[in-house]
Design a protein around this ligand. Structure first.
Ligand code: NI
Length: 216
C-alpha cells in the first residue's frame, strides 16, 4: 500500500511541478494531509482517501479538455499500480466529485471517502491559504484583483463558472463564502467556520482600504 501511495505522490508532483494557478503540488499535499486527518475522525477508509486526495486535481475539469481525458489519466495510473476492479471504482468515485463547478451546480459525493476528500479540498480554498490561492488563480486567468463595476454572479453551469470574466474579490462571493454550507462532515464544518470567519475579516479590511475609509 505504501509503495502505491509513494508512486502516486511522485505522479502528482511531476504533474503539478510547473503550476502557478494555486493548484501546485503543495495544494495536493495539503489536501491529502488534511483529508487523512478528517478520515481518521470520520472513520473513512484511509487508503482510498489518500489515493483520491493525491489524484483529485489530475482529472479536474479546469485542466483537461473534457472529463474523459482526466478520467483516463487517473484510471491508467491506478492500473499501472496493479489496482483493479471495485477498488478503482471506489477511488475514482471519490476523485470525480471533488471539484467545485459553480454556486448552483450540484456535485455531491456518494461515499464517505468522497465527502472527506471534497471537504479537504474545500477547506484549502478557505482561510489565509485560500486567499493566497484566490489571487494566484485570478492572475492565472488574467483577472483583476478587484473591479467594483463587475458584480458577482452565482453560476448555474460549470462552463459559465469557468468562462465568465470576474475579479478575484468576486470569487469570494461566487465560491469561497458558499463553501462553509457545502462541506459534508462534522469535522470539516468546524474548521470551515474558523476559516470562513477569517475570510470575512480580510474582505472587510480590503474594502475599507479600497474605499479610503482608514484615512483619519
Ligand atoms: Ni484541488
Amino acid at each position: 500500500m505504501r509503495d502505491k501511495i509513494n508512486k502516486t505522490i511522485h505522479f502528482a508532483k511531476e504533474t503539478f511541478k510547473e503550476d502557478s494557478s494555486g493548484h501546485d503540488w503543495w495544494h495536493t499535499h495539503r489536501v491529502s494531509k488534511l483529508a487523512k486527518q478528517i478520515a481518521v475522525k470520520e472513520k473513512a477508509d484511509l487508503f482510498i482517501v489518500e489515493m483520491a486526495a493525491l489524484l483529485h486535481d489530475i482529472s479536474d475539469f479546469k485542466f483537461n479538455s473534457n472529463i474523459e481525458v482526466g478520467k483516463n489519466k487517473v484510471i491508467s495510473h491506478l492500473k499501472s499500480l496493479g489496482i483493479e476492479g471495485e477498488l478503482i471504482d471506489k477511488i475514482w468515485s471519490a476523485v470525480e466529485t471533488v471539484s467545485f463547478r459553480g454556486a448552483n451546480v450540484l456535485n455531491k459525493p456518494t461515499t464517505l471517502e468522497g465527502m472527506v476528500v471534497q471537504d479537504a479540498d474545500r477547506l484549502d480554498a478557505l482561510g489565509a491559504i485560500g486567499i493566497a490561492r484566490t489571487f494566484a488563480y485570478g492572475a492565472h486567468k488574467g483577472r483583476a484583483i478587484y473591479d467594483p463595476e463587475i458584480k458577482p454572479t452565482l453560476h448555474k453551469t460549470a462552463d459559465e463558472y469557468l468562462q465568465r470574466d470576474s475579479s478575484s474579490i468576486n470569487h469570494f462571493y461566487e465560491k469561497l463564502f458558499l463553501l462553509k454550507e457545502m462541506v459534508n462532515t462534522e469535522t470539516a464544518k468546524k474548521i470551515a467556520k474558523k476559516r470562513h470567519d477569517f475570510l470575512k475579516i480580510y474582505l472587510k479590511e480590503f474594502l475599507t482600504e479600497w474605499n479610503g475609509e482608514d484615512i483619519k
